[in-house]
Design a protein around this ligand. Structure first.
Ligand SMILES: [Zn+2]
Length: 281
């Protein structure tokens, strides 16, 4: 039992990632152990499938994008650690981790699978899909609109446009540092949530075979995502409820100042307001 207990602790994070929605705490022990065994097996098979060469290449791209002014590159371990950073939401953390691992089956991954070769190509653009194509280049409504929205918010925050990030800059977003903690944190949130939304929009179209999202839908989805992050931040300032997991009010204030709707009229302690929203456009 003791060793199983260790497994439970060690695997908890991975378990939650691989089995979204699974509530380990509320499960019976035997059921939990069964699931853990399954996860372990999946994990091994899954690791073998990961293309190491592609991971190395992505890690290089990420490091280059994260280079400091003198060209100094971050350590590999720092990049992996960044994919667990609390500035990024849990689901977007997994997304970044998968991106660097080249773990998503798109483009050339399909080219050698008999009967599925057609899935390698972007139907709209007629070229081989890649995560870079999906996130930064595809002509289907999605990426262009999302990055414009991100830039709009960035302009409110900093007075500057946000150039569309490269795939490397997306993967490196959680290592990126800006001039102060609030700007840094908003940048990480903005890039990770925006990229993750583009990926979801693509999957709804390609895998679920929905029509491409409309401009309104893209706008609403993006804004909703940012508002969810904002509200989560506000909720997490409650030390009484979250204890050590709570976020300092000061950090939340620094992150969202200048991008809130109707900001001049907000009370000093706006984090207690349930109606606080991000405001662009
Ligand atoms: Zn395309």
């Amino acid at each position: 039992i003791r060793s199983n207990e260790c497994d439970l602790i060690e695997l908890r994070e991975d378990t939650a990632l691989l089995l979204p929605g699974a509530k380990l705490q509320s499960m019976t022990q035997s059921k939990a152990y069964k699931m853990i065994r399954q996860v372990k097996m999946n994990k091994r098979a899954y690791k073998e499938k990961l293309n190491r060469k592609a991971t190395k290449r992505n890690m290089e791209l990420t490091k280059q994008a994260a280079a400091d002014e003198k060209g100094g590159l971050p350590e590999t371990s720092r990049v992996w650690k960044s994919t667990k950073h609390k500035d990024v939401s849990r689901s977007a953390r997994f997304f970044l981790w998968m991106l660097i691992h080249d773990g998503y089956k798109v483009g050339r991954h399909w080219a050698k699978i008999e009967g599925h070769e057609h899935k390698a190509t972007c139907v709209r653009c007629g070229i081989t899909e890649s995560m870079e194509h999906i996130l930064t280049k595809c002509d289907v409504p999605g990426q262009e609109e999302v990055w414009e929205l991100a830039s709009e918010m960035w302009k409110l925050k900093t007075g500057e446009d946000l150039p569309k990030p490269t795939a490397g800059q997306i993967m490196a977003c959680a290592t990126t540092r800006k001039k102060d903690t609030g700007t840094t944190r908003l940048f990480r949130i903005l890039i990770s949530e925006s990229a993750y939304l583009i990926w979801r929009l693509r999957n709804e179209r390609v895998i679920q075979e929905n029509p491409p999202a409309s401009q309104d839908e893209i706008y609403n989805r993006w804004l909703r995502g940012m508002n969810i992050r904002l509200r989560l931040d506000c909720a997490l300032t409650n030390v009484g409820k979250y204890g050590k997991r709570a976020i300092k009010k000061d950090l939340v204030q620094k992150t969202w100042v200048k991008v809130l709707k109707n900001e001049v009229n907000l009370p000093r302690d706006w984090m207690r307001e349930t109606e606080v929203l991000v405001g662009i456009g």
